[in-house]
Design a protein around this ligand. Structure first.
Ligand code: AMP
Ligand code: MN
Ligand code: MN
Length: 346
Protein backbone atom coordinates (compact mmCIF):
# COMPACT_ATOMS: atom_id res chain seq x y z
CA UNK A 1 0.00 0.00 0.00
CA UNK A 2 2.75 2.44 0.89
CA UNK A 3 4.45 1.37 -2.30
CA UNK A 4 1.41 2.42 -4.31
CA UNK A 5 1.22 5.71 -2.47
CA UNK A 6 4.82 6.60 -3.24
CA UNK A 7 4.87 5.48 -6.85
CA UNK A 8 5.66 8.25 -9.30
CA UNK A 9 3.01 9.42 -11.75
CA UNK A 10 4.56 7.84 -14.82
CA UNK A 11 4.03 4.33 -13.42
CA UNK A 12 1.07 2.38 -14.84
CA UNK A 13 -2.28 3.73 -13.67
CA UNK A 14 -4.57 1.65 -11.46
CA UNK A 15 -6.89 1.26 -14.46
CA UNK A 16 -4.08 -0.29 -16.52
CA UNK A 17 -3.31 -2.90 -13.84
CA UNK A 18 -7.03 -3.73 -13.60
CA UNK A 19 -7.33 -3.98 -17.39
CA UNK A 20 -4.33 -6.33 -17.54
CA UNK A 21 -5.75 -8.56 -14.82
CA UNK A 22 -9.15 -8.57 -16.54
CA UNK A 23 -7.87 -9.51 -20.00
CA UNK A 24 -5.65 -12.25 -18.59
CA UNK A 25 -8.50 -13.65 -16.46
CA UNK A 26 -10.79 -13.57 -19.50
CA UNK A 27 -8.51 -15.09 -22.13
CA UNK A 28 -5.77 -17.13 -20.42
CA UNK A 29 -7.72 -20.00 -18.87
CA UNK A 30 -9.21 -21.29 -22.16
CA UNK A 31 -7.20 -19.58 -24.89
CA UNK A 32 -3.70 -20.02 -26.24
CA UNK A 33 -1.32 -17.66 -24.50
CA UNK A 34 1.77 -16.46 -26.34
CA UNK A 35 4.57 -14.79 -24.37
CA UNK A 36 7.21 -12.95 -26.43
CA UNK A 37 10.37 -11.17 -25.28
CA UNK A 38 12.78 -9.06 -27.33
CA UNK A 39 15.22 -10.32 -29.95
CA UNK A 40 18.66 -11.37 -28.68
CA UNK A 41 17.13 -11.84 -25.23
CA UNK A 42 19.01 -10.80 -22.10
CA UNK A 43 18.40 -11.82 -18.50
CA UNK A 44 15.52 -9.39 -18.00
CA UNK A 45 13.77 -10.42 -21.22
CA UNK A 46 13.98 -14.15 -20.51
CA UNK A 47 13.71 -13.93 -16.74
CA UNK A 48 10.63 -11.71 -16.63
CA UNK A 49 8.94 -13.78 -19.35
CA UNK A 50 9.67 -17.20 -17.85
CA UNK A 51 8.89 -16.07 -14.30
CA UNK A 52 5.54 -14.77 -15.50
CA UNK A 53 4.91 -17.96 -17.49
CA UNK A 54 5.50 -20.09 -14.40
CA UNK A 55 3.05 -17.86 -12.53
CA UNK A 56 0.39 -18.38 -15.20
CA UNK A 57 1.05 -22.09 -14.95
CA UNK A 58 0.24 -21.87 -11.24
CA UNK A 59 -3.08 -20.31 -12.19
CA UNK A 60 -3.82 -23.43 -14.25
CA UNK A 61 -2.95 -22.01 -17.67
CA UNK A 62 -1.78 -24.94 -19.79
CA UNK A 63 -1.86 -23.76 -23.42
CA UNK A 64 1.12 -21.48 -23.35
CA UNK A 65 4.19 -20.77 -25.49
CA UNK A 66 7.15 -18.55 -24.60
CA UNK A 67 9.41 -17.36 -27.38
CA UNK A 68 11.65 -14.69 -28.89
CA UNK A 69 12.31 -13.79 -32.54
CA UNK A 70 15.26 -14.87 -34.61
CA UNK A 71 17.78 -17.64 -34.14
CA UNK A 72 16.65 -20.03 -31.40
CA UNK A 73 19.84 -19.93 -29.34
CA UNK A 74 19.22 -19.63 -25.61
CA UNK A 75 22.35 -18.07 -24.06
CA UNK A 76 24.13 -20.63 -21.88
CA UNK A 77 23.83 -18.47 -18.71
CA UNK A 78 20.02 -18.75 -19.00
CA UNK A 79 19.80 -22.32 -20.27
CA UNK A 80 18.96 -23.66 -16.81
CA UNK A 81 16.37 -21.07 -15.85
CA UNK A 82 13.17 -22.62 -14.52
CA UNK A 83 10.54 -22.62 -17.25
CA UNK A 84 12.91 -23.00 -20.22
CA UNK A 85 10.84 -26.04 -21.21
CA UNK A 86 8.14 -23.54 -22.27
CA UNK A 87 10.41 -21.97 -24.90
CA UNK A 88 9.60 -22.70 -28.53
CA UNK A 89 11.43 -21.48 -31.66
CA UNK A 90 9.83 -18.79 -33.80
CA UNK A 91 8.89 -21.31 -36.51
CA UNK A 92 6.67 -23.24 -34.08
CA UNK A 93 4.79 -20.26 -32.68
CA UNK A 94 0.98 -20.32 -33.08
CA UNK A 95 -0.20 -18.08 -35.93
CA UNK A 96 -3.23 -16.75 -34.06
CA UNK A 97 -3.02 -16.95 -30.26
CA UNK A 98 -5.90 -15.47 -28.25
CA UNK A 99 -3.63 -13.58 -25.82
CA UNK A 100 -0.18 -12.10 -26.43
CA UNK A 101 1.98 -10.74 -23.61
CA UNK A 102 5.32 -9.06 -24.38
CA UNK A 103 8.32 -8.55 -22.09
CA UNK A 104 11.12 -5.97 -22.09
CA UNK A 105 10.41 -4.88 -25.68
CA UNK A 106 10.36 -1.09 -26.05
CA UNK A 107 8.73 -1.25 -29.49
CA UNK A 108 6.96 -3.84 -31.64
CA UNK A 109 10.01 -3.89 -33.93
CA UNK A 110 11.95 -5.58 -31.11
CA UNK A 111 9.63 -8.59 -31.61
CA UNK A 112 10.91 -9.12 -35.17
CA UNK A 113 8.67 -11.26 -37.36
CA UNK A 114 6.53 -12.16 -34.32
CA UNK A 115 5.14 -8.60 -34.12
CA UNK A 116 2.29 -9.67 -36.42
CA UNK A 117 0.83 -11.81 -33.61
CA UNK A 118 -0.15 -8.58 -31.83
CA UNK A 119 -2.75 -7.72 -34.44
CA UNK A 120 -4.09 -11.28 -34.62
CA UNK A 121 -4.69 -11.75 -30.89
CA UNK A 122 -7.92 -10.84 -29.09
CA UNK A 123 -5.95 -9.34 -26.22
CA UNK A 124 -2.42 -7.92 -25.89
CA UNK A 125 -0.53 -6.84 -22.79
CA UNK A 126 2.85 -5.07 -22.88
CA UNK A 127 5.14 -5.32 -19.84
CA UNK A 128 8.17 -3.03 -20.04
CA UNK A 129 10.30 -0.36 -18.39
CA UNK A 130 11.82 1.59 -21.30
CA UNK A 131 10.96 5.30 -21.15
CA UNK A 132 10.79 5.34 -24.96
CA UNK A 133 7.97 2.73 -25.01
CA UNK A 134 5.01 4.46 -26.63
CA UNK A 135 2.64 1.59 -25.72
CA UNK A 136 2.04 -0.76 -28.64
CA UNK A 137 -0.36 -3.11 -26.84
CA UNK A 138 -4.03 -3.10 -25.97
CA UNK A 139 -3.01 -2.81 -22.32
CA UNK A 140 0.34 -1.22 -21.56
CA UNK A 141 2.15 -1.73 -18.26
CA UNK A 142 5.21 0.42 -18.84
CA UNK A 143 7.02 1.72 -15.77
CA UNK A 144 10.11 3.77 -16.64
CA UNK A 145 10.92 3.95 -12.90
CA UNK A 146 11.18 0.17 -12.67
CA UNK A 147 14.75 -1.15 -12.67
CA UNK A 148 13.71 -4.17 -14.74
CA UNK A 149 10.66 -5.53 -16.52
CA UNK A 150 10.60 -8.21 -13.83
CA UNK A 151 9.53 -5.51 -11.35
CA UNK A 152 6.38 -5.02 -13.43
CA UNK A 153 5.96 -8.80 -13.82
CA UNK A 154 6.17 -9.34 -10.05
CA UNK A 155 3.46 -6.78 -9.39
CA UNK A 156 1.14 -8.19 -12.04
CA UNK A 157 1.60 -11.70 -10.64
CA UNK A 158 0.71 -10.38 -7.18
CA UNK A 159 -2.42 -8.72 -8.57
CA UNK A 160 -3.35 -12.02 -10.23
CA UNK A 161 -3.08 -13.69 -6.85
CA UNK A 162 -0.04 -15.81 -7.69
CA UNK A 163 2.26 -16.39 -4.70
CA UNK A 164 6.02 -16.36 -5.38
CA UNK A 165 7.67 -19.76 -5.37
CA UNK A 166 11.39 -20.49 -5.73
CA UNK A 167 11.17 -21.16 -9.47
CA UNK A 168 9.33 -17.92 -10.27
CA UNK A 169 11.65 -16.05 -7.91
CA UNK A 170 14.80 -17.36 -9.58
CA UNK A 171 13.62 -16.08 -12.97
CA UNK A 172 12.64 -12.67 -11.61
CA UNK A 173 15.90 -12.44 -9.63
CA UNK A 174 18.07 -13.14 -12.69
CA UNK A 175 16.12 -10.42 -14.52
CA UNK A 176 16.53 -7.91 -11.69
CA UNK A 177 20.23 -8.70 -11.20
CA UNK A 178 20.90 -8.41 -14.94
CA UNK A 179 19.35 -4.98 -15.40
CA UNK A 180 20.83 -3.49 -12.23
CA UNK A 181 24.34 -4.72 -13.09
CA UNK A 182 24.15 -7.04 -10.09
CA UNK A 183 22.66 -4.32 -7.89
CA UNK A 184 25.43 -1.84 -8.73
CA UNK A 185 23.71 0.77 -10.90
CA UNK A 186 22.00 3.94 -9.63
CA UNK A 187 18.55 2.47 -10.20
CA UNK A 188 19.27 0.04 -7.35
CA UNK A 189 16.68 1.68 -5.12
CA UNK A 190 15.24 0.55 -1.80
CA UNK A 191 12.35 -0.84 -3.86
CA UNK A 192 14.82 -3.03 -5.79
CA UNK A 193 16.39 -4.39 -2.61
CA UNK A 194 12.94 -4.99 -1.11
CA UNK A 195 11.99 -7.03 -4.15
CA UNK A 196 15.31 -8.91 -4.04
CA UNK A 197 14.61 -9.69 -0.38
CA UNK A 198 11.18 -11.14 -1.25
CA UNK A 199 12.76 -13.27 -3.99
CA UNK A 200 15.68 -14.51 -1.88
CA UNK A 201 13.27 -15.38 0.94
CA UNK A 202 11.82 -18.14 -1.25
CA UNK A 203 15.09 -20.03 -0.75
CA UNK A 204 17.25 -18.77 -3.61
CA UNK A 205 21.02 -19.03 -3.48
CA UNK A 206 22.21 -15.67 -4.87
CA UNK A 207 25.87 -16.71 -4.99
CA UNK A 208 25.19 -19.76 -7.10
CA UNK A 209 22.80 -17.88 -9.39
CA UNK A 210 25.28 -15.02 -9.90
CA UNK A 211 28.12 -17.40 -10.63
CA UNK A 212 26.08 -19.29 -13.19
CA UNK A 213 24.58 -16.18 -14.78
CA UNK A 214 27.46 -13.70 -14.82
CA UNK A 215 30.71 -15.30 -13.74
CA UNK A 216 31.02 -18.48 -15.77
CA UNK A 217 32.35 -18.83 -19.31
CA UNK A 218 34.38 -21.32 -21.32
CA UNK A 219 38.19 -21.02 -21.28
CA UNK A 220 38.17 -20.20 -24.99
CA UNK A 221 35.74 -17.35 -24.34
CA UNK A 222 38.28 -15.88 -21.91
CA UNK A 223 40.94 -16.08 -24.64
CA UNK A 224 38.50 -14.36 -27.01
CA UNK A 225 37.91 -11.61 -24.42
CA UNK A 226 41.68 -11.07 -24.18
CA UNK A 227 41.94 -10.52 -27.94
CA UNK A 228 38.96 -8.19 -28.13
CA UNK A 229 40.15 -6.12 -25.15
CA UNK A 230 43.68 -5.96 -26.60
CA UNK A 231 42.31 -4.20 -29.69
CA UNK A 232 40.30 -1.62 -27.71
CA UNK A 233 40.95 2.00 -28.59
CA UNK A 234 40.75 5.00 -26.30
CA UNK A 235 39.80 8.44 -27.61
CA UNK A 236 40.22 10.78 -24.63
CA UNK A 237 39.10 13.87 -26.58
CA UNK A 238 35.74 12.39 -27.60
CA UNK A 239 32.51 13.31 -25.83
CA UNK A 240 33.79 16.82 -25.11
CA UNK A 241 36.77 15.40 -23.27
CA UNK A 242 34.83 12.81 -21.27
CA UNK A 243 36.48 10.13 -23.39
CA UNK A 244 35.26 7.20 -25.47
CA UNK A 245 36.58 3.65 -25.48
CA UNK A 246 35.61 1.18 -28.18
CA UNK A 247 36.30 -2.26 -29.51
CA UNK A 248 34.70 -4.83 -31.78
CA UNK A 249 34.18 -8.57 -32.04
CA UNK A 250 33.61 -10.46 -35.30
CA UNK A 251 31.99 -13.72 -36.34
CA UNK A 252 35.48 -14.87 -37.31
CA UNK A 253 36.65 -14.23 -33.72
CA UNK A 254 33.81 -16.40 -32.47
CA UNK A 255 34.58 -19.17 -34.96
CA UNK A 256 38.31 -19.21 -34.18
CA UNK A 257 37.50 -19.70 -30.51
CA UNK A 258 34.54 -22.00 -31.09
CA UNK A 259 32.15 -19.66 -29.26
CA UNK A 260 28.45 -18.88 -29.62
CA UNK A 261 27.13 -15.38 -30.22
CA UNK A 262 25.89 -14.78 -26.66
CA UNK A 263 29.45 -14.60 -25.26
CA UNK A 264 29.88 -11.26 -27.06
CA UNK A 265 27.28 -9.56 -24.89
CA UNK A 266 29.29 -9.78 -21.65
CA UNK A 267 32.28 -8.03 -23.27
CA UNK A 268 30.78 -4.59 -22.69
CA UNK A 269 31.39 -4.96 -18.94
CA UNK A 270 35.22 -5.01 -18.98
CA UNK A 271 35.22 -2.34 -21.71
CA UNK A 272 33.14 0.07 -19.63
CA UNK A 273 35.55 -0.15 -16.67
CA UNK A 274 38.06 2.10 -18.47
CA UNK A 275 38.65 5.10 -16.21
CA UNK A 276 39.61 7.49 -19.00
CA UNK A 277 36.32 7.12 -20.89
CA UNK A 278 32.75 8.03 -19.99
CA UNK A 279 31.37 6.31 -23.08
CA UNK A 280 31.98 2.66 -23.96
CA UNK A 281 31.14 1.22 -27.37
CA UNK A 282 31.13 -2.47 -28.25
CA UNK A 283 30.51 -3.36 -31.89
CA UNK A 284 29.36 -6.98 -32.31
CA UNK A 285 29.14 -8.55 -35.74
CA UNK A 286 25.83 -10.26 -36.47
CA UNK A 287 25.99 -10.32 -40.31
CA UNK A 288 28.40 -9.57 -43.17
CA UNK A 289 28.04 -5.79 -42.74
CA UNK A 290 25.61 -5.77 -39.81
CA UNK A 291 26.58 -5.11 -36.23
CA UNK A 292 24.78 -4.97 -32.89
CA UNK A 293 26.18 -1.91 -31.13
CA UNK A 294 26.18 -1.63 -27.34
CA UNK A 295 26.57 1.83 -25.80
CA UNK A 296 27.21 2.64 -22.15
CA UNK A 297 27.83 5.90 -20.28
CA UNK A 298 28.94 6.60 -16.73
CA UNK A 299 26.71 9.66 -16.55
CA UNK A 300 28.03 12.36 -18.86
CA UNK A 301 26.16 11.26 -21.97
CA UNK A 302 22.59 10.19 -22.74
CA UNK A 303 23.52 7.22 -24.91
CA UNK A 304 19.86 6.38 -25.56
CA UNK A 305 19.67 9.67 -27.47
CA UNK A 306 22.63 8.54 -29.57
CA UNK A 307 21.06 5.11 -30.11
CA UNK A 308 17.66 6.56 -31.06
CA UNK A 309 19.35 8.91 -33.56
CA UNK A 310 20.87 5.81 -35.16
CA UNK A 311 17.63 3.81 -35.22
CA UNK A 312 17.87 1.99 -31.86
CA UNK A 313 16.86 2.67 -28.28
CA UNK A 314 17.45 1.81 -24.65
CA UNK A 315 18.04 3.64 -21.40
CA UNK A 316 19.95 6.85 -20.64
CA UNK A 317 23.14 5.07 -19.61
CA UNK A 318 22.72 1.77 -21.51
CA UNK A 319 21.47 1.63 -25.07
CA UNK A 320 22.02 -0.03 -28.41
CA UNK A 321 21.22 -0.09 -32.11
CA UNK A 322 21.90 -2.06 -35.28
CA UNK A 323 24.76 -0.56 -37.28
CA UNK A 324 26.10 -1.05 -40.80
CA UNK A 325 29.54 -0.66 -42.36
CA UNK A 326 32.90 -1.27 -40.70
CA UNK A 327 33.55 -1.04 -36.94
CA UNK A 328 35.61 2.11 -37.57
CA UNK A 329 32.70 3.73 -39.42
CA UNK A 330 30.30 2.78 -36.65
CA UNK A 331 32.53 4.19 -33.91
CA UNK A 332 32.96 7.37 -35.96
CA UNK A 333 29.18 7.75 -36.25
CA UNK A 334 28.75 7.35 -32.50
CA UNK A 335 31.62 9.73 -31.77
CA UNK A 336 30.12 12.45 -33.96
CA UNK A 337 26.70 12.21 -32.28
CA UNK A 338 27.85 12.05 -28.66
CA UNK A 339 28.43 15.82 -28.25
CA UNK A 340 24.72 16.40 -29.04
CA UNK A 341 23.71 14.23 -26.09
CA UNK A 342 25.82 15.46 -23.19
CA UNK A 343 23.91 15.32 -19.91
CA UNK A 344 25.90 18.04 -18.19
CA UNK A 345 27.95 20.95 -19.47
CA UNK A 346 31.59 19.94 -19.94
P1 AMP B 1 22.64 -4.12 -24.90
O1 AMP B 1 23.78 -3.23 -25.22
O2 AMP B 1 22.31 -5.09 -26.00
O3 AMP B 1 22.82 -4.77 -23.57
O4 AMP B 1 21.35 -3.19 -24.80
C1 AMP B 1 21.28 -2.12 -23.89
C2 AMP B 1 19.92 -1.49 -23.95
O5 AMP B 1 19.67 -0.98 -25.26
C3 AMP B 1 18.76 -2.41 -23.65
O6 AMP B 1 17.84 -1.70 -22.86
C4 AMP B 1 18.15 -2.74 -24.98
O7 AMP B 1 16.78 -2.93 -24.87
C5 AMP B 1 18.48 -1.52 -25.81
N1 AMP B 1 18.76 -1.91 -27.20
C6 AMP B 1 19.81 -2.65 -27.63
N2 AMP B 1 19.77 -2.82 -28.95
C7 AMP B 1 18.67 -2.18 -29.40
C8 AMP B 1 18.05 -2.00 -30.70
N3 AMP B 1 18.59 -2.52 -31.82
N4 AMP B 1 16.91 -1.28 -30.75
C9 AMP B 1 16.36 -0.76 -29.64
N5 AMP B 1 16.89 -0.89 -28.41
C10 AMP B 1 18.02 -1.60 -28.26
MN1 MN C 1 16.48 -6.29 -22.28
MN1 MN D 1 15.06 -4.62 -19.13
Amino acid sequence: MTELATRRPSAPAEADWSAAVAVIRELAPAGRVLLICHVNPDGDALGSMLGFALGLRQLGVTRMQATFPGVFDVPEPFAELPGVDLLVPEAEVWADPELVITFDAAAASRLGALADRLSRARGTVVLDHHASNAGFGGVNLVDPQAAATSVVAEELLARLGVPLDAAIAECLYVALATDTGSFKFDMTTPRVHEMAARLIATGLRPGEISRRTFDTRPFEAVKLFAEVLARAELDPAAAAGHGLVSTYVTQDDLARHGQRAYVMDALIDPVRTVAEADVAVLVKQIGEQTWAVSLRSKGAVDVSGVAVALGGGGHRLAAGYTGHGTPAEIVAAVRSLVPDHLLSPS
